[in-house]
Design a protein around this ligand. Structure first.
Ligand SMILES: Cc1ncc(COP(=O)(O)O)c(C=O)c1O
Length: 306
């Protein structure tokens, strides 16, 4: 594989990002001044939750869905957010205003259990907190990915069972995904295609994964992968627009032989897959992916126009 490596999170270069302002626990400061303690639970243990969201026309796309997931994850690990979703929205609004940002903005909202009194694991050692950080960048997904498509490699790292570290936690600790990404990179691909513990195709290290076969859209059962907001929107859009969609187990045999494949995520919306393990996917016409992408674009416009 000789093509230049691209990831689903590649954005066009934007010089304005060198001087963005970042929210840290109520303060909004230049990125060079934005700091958290080396005793912070997020730094020390990856003990925190985050959300990636996008701003269009001054409105956060699918804000309620992101907050549903965020608050549910925090509750599940007894991480007290310290404010309600109106408080989060206020912090987001203040940060966007401080940066003069309205559209084509990507945000990473991060909450950790706060600052520890000792460098050990026990959650009760986190005495000052939580720590809330909001990074917003001017961001447009790299346009060339839509034509070129992403190259996936199936990796040895698998998705875990929910009783170890549930894949539905958008936790600061993403080591499972990072290892998968490294393995994909070592195989010369852009992103890792991860199997579930039974060997069925599940997801990629950073996005949800779909295939299209004979006009039908397939994705994994939803077990073992992130409950992606974009994944659910694609399923709902298919149902509303008479596109057959199935959440089911399938193997690499069916993925290699798919007519189309695409990834979903808040950042890149729907990103086409060019090849899996060096095998080209479909003939490159990508009709169903293009249709879903257009429907999703309309949905984002509807959601952010009110
Ligand atoms: C592992 C993984 N899969 C999928 C997604 C996509 O989720 P969403 O569509 O909510 O952005 C994410 C995003 O955080 C992720 O980390």
């Amino acid at each position: 594989m000789t093509k230049e490596a691209l990831t689903t999170h590649d954005a066009s270069e934007d010089a304005r990002n060198r001087d963005i302002k970042i929210y840290v626990n109520g303060e909004i400061v230049h990125r060079d001044e934005a700091k958290v303690s080396v005793y912070d639970s997020g730094f020390m243990l990856g003990d925190g939750m985050w959300e990636g969201m996008r701003l269009y026309n001054g409105k956060w796309a699918f804000f309620d869905e992101h907050m549903d997931r965020f608050f549910a994850s925090c509750k599940a690990v007894s991480l007290d957010v310290g404010m309600d979703r109106a408080g989060i929205l206020d912090a987001l609004t203040r940060t966007a205003e401080a940066n003069g940002m309205v559209s084509d903005v990507h945000c990473r909202l991060m909450l950790t259990r706060g600052v520890k009194v000792k460098p050990f694991q026990h959650p009760s050692l986190s005495r000052t907190g939580p720590t809330l950080v909001i990074i917003m960048e001017h961001s447009k997904p790299a346009a060339e990915l839509q034509n070129r498509g992403i190259r996936l490699a199936t990796v040895p790292q698998v998705r875990g069972l929910p009783m170890s570290q549930d894949a539905k936690f958008n936790s600061h600790s993403k080591l499972n995904c990072v290892i998968a990404c490294l393995q994909a990179e070592q195989a010369g691909a852009d992103e890792g295609l991860m199997l579930d513990p039974h060997g069925f195709v599940n997801t990629t290290n950073a996005c949800n994964f779909f295939i299209v076969r004979k006009g039908e859209v397939w994705t994994s059962t939803g077990d073992y992968c992130m409950n992606g907001v974009t994944r659910q929107k694609v399923i709902d859009l298919c149902r509303a627009n008479d596109i057959a969609v199935f959440e089911k187990n399938y193997s690499l045999y069916e993925a290699y032989g798919a007519d189309e494949a695409f990834l979903t995520g808040t950042f890149g919306a729907q990103t086409p897959v060019a090849e899996i393990d060096g095998k080209p996917i479909g003939d490159g016409s990508r009709e169903v992916t293009k249709r879903i992408r257009a429907l999703y674009k309309e949905l984002v416009e509807e959601n952010t126009n009110t």
